[in-house]
Structures are given as structure tokens and as C-alpha cells.
Design a protein around this ligand. Sequence first.
Ligand code: HEC
Length: 241
Amino acid sequence: MSTSSSEGNGRDRFHRRVFEGKAAVFAIATTLAISAGGLVEIIPMFTTTSASWERADWITPYTPLEVAGRDIYIREGCNVCHSQMIRPMRAEILRYGEWTRAAEYQYDRPFLLGSRRLGPDLQREGGKYPDAWHYEHMRDPRTTSPGSVMPPYPWLHRNQIDPVDVARSIRALARVGTPYEATDDAAVEASLREQGGAITASLATSSLDANWDDEIVALIAYLQRLGVEGRAYLAEQEEDR
Ligand code: HEC
């Protein structure tokens, strides 16, 4: 073995002299080198403000009824079984539609990306089925999807949302930057009644009896808007190309 001769040469080399031979200098240099990657990620996180990112005007904030439905979705833990993220892969696009763009999440607080798919992805669920389908499916998934392992949620058809609670959610979202114009209790309740009324009218055409403030109505409002604006916008972009 020629260890001794190679060590002899090595001692003269620059990096051996300046770094490896001096423990303190070497420790500082490695610390700097290792933190470079971290700093590149951390510094922008503290320096960007909401004014410095661009809003996509093709995504609008959730309406009060949709926020109420989203709060129910979170409460019931739907995101444990359902993801909301279509990946740019052929099989996913064929099954769920156009892959999800980052801007589509701009008003999602908190994110509901999900990490498991026991059920299908729901990011573009809006418009896939009629309101009445969701009403029946949530009451007993096996009536619409034979053999489904999704649990039934019959209490959503019995319980009501509280407009005052929804107004609180809207004000909380407004405080962290979602651009809502009217956040007072009266305006929020008027909006809930209007959108809820439209959904109960659509359910009535299938002989289903519901009230504007039933939890199931709010959940349907939320599910029916998922991915719809993004789908319309992306289809338009496709045509322009
Ligand atoms: C234990 C896992 C599980 C949970 C929890 C769960 N689901 Fe599901 N979900 C499924 C499975 C499996 C399917 C596919 C079979 C079916 O249609 O029922 C499904 C299907 C669906 C569909 C139809 C999707 C499509 O495009 O065909 C919707 C909508 C849905 N779930 C909504 C919800 C909502 C809202 C909640 C929470 C209140 C929820 N799920 C909770 C497992 C789950």
C-alpha cells in the first residue's frame, strides 16, 4: 500500500491545508454550506407578503354556504379517505379530469389535499352528479354505489347549520386575506338562504324534501363547486391554443 506517499502529497493540497487541517474553520465552512439550501427556502417565506403573490382571478372565494359545507367536510374527516389533488399523470387525468393547478387552492384554508385515497379524488367533483345523487349517497352510500365502504352520514339530513357560526368562519377567512365584501351576520344569512334555496329547489324536483339550512344542503353546495371554475378556465385556455 502506498498510504504514506499519498498522505505526503495530500498535506500540500489547498483544501487539506486551509480546511481539513483546521477543525474550527472546517466546522464553520460546513455549517454555512449546509444551511445554504435551507436559507434559500426560509428567507422567501418570511419576506413574501400576500401583496407579492398574484391572485388568479379565475378562482373566486367560497360562498358562505360552501364554507359551511367545507367546515362539515373537515368536521367529518372526509379528507381521511378522499384526496383533492389530481396529479399530472395520464391515468389520473382520464379518470378525474385536468390536473390541479396551484392557483385552484388559493382560498383553501386549511388545505385539504389529503394523503390517502380510500375513495376517489374529489378535486373536480363539482357537476359530476346531480344534487339528488349526493343527497342519497351521503344518507347511505350503498344505495347509489353498491358495495361501497364509505360510511353513511344520516345526521347531515337532520342537523342544521348555524348562520352565526358561518358568519364567524367568513370573518376569520376575511381576516387572513380572503376578499369577502360582506361579512356581517345579516349578509351572510341572506347569502345562505339564497344559495340553499336554489339547492332545495333542485332536490324538490327529485321529490326530496330539504331546508336551506340543512347540513346536507351546505355539503352539496361545497361538493358541487369543487374544481368547476378551474375546469372551465383550463378548457378555455385549451381552446385558445
Ligand atoms: C372510509 C373512507 C371514506 C370516508 C370517511 C368518506 N368516503 Fe366518500 N367515498 C369512499 C369510497 C370508497 C367511495 C367510492 C364508492 C362510493 O361511491 O361510495 C366514496 C365516494 C364518494 C363520492 C363520490 C365520488 C365519485 O366521484 O364517484 C363522494 C362525493 C364522497 N365520497 C364524498 C364524501 C364526503 C363528503 C365524506 C365526508 C362526509 C366522505 N366521502 C367520507 C370512502 C370514504
